[in-house]
Design a protein around this ligand. Sequence first.
Ligand code: FES
Length: 77
Amino acid sequence: MDGESGAAIRVYEDGPLIVRGDFEIQTQDGTTIDPGRSTVALCRCGKSAIKPFCDGRHTVAGFRAPGGKIRGPASAG
Ligand code: FES
């Protein structure tokens, strides 16, 4: 985080999103999910049994995605 406050999200090739820093994870209704640590891996393959967290199944599932962006940024709204 280089001394800055906030969170950083790193996209891993063929794997999860790694979130580090000061963040909060909430369910759709706004209930806080305690991640139990300051760095978490969020599933982006859809195969994890512990969503929203990664459980490593992306490897067995053969999930493929680049470690960077594919298209331009999503528009808000
Ligand atoms: S990204 Fe790891 S289980 Fe989905």
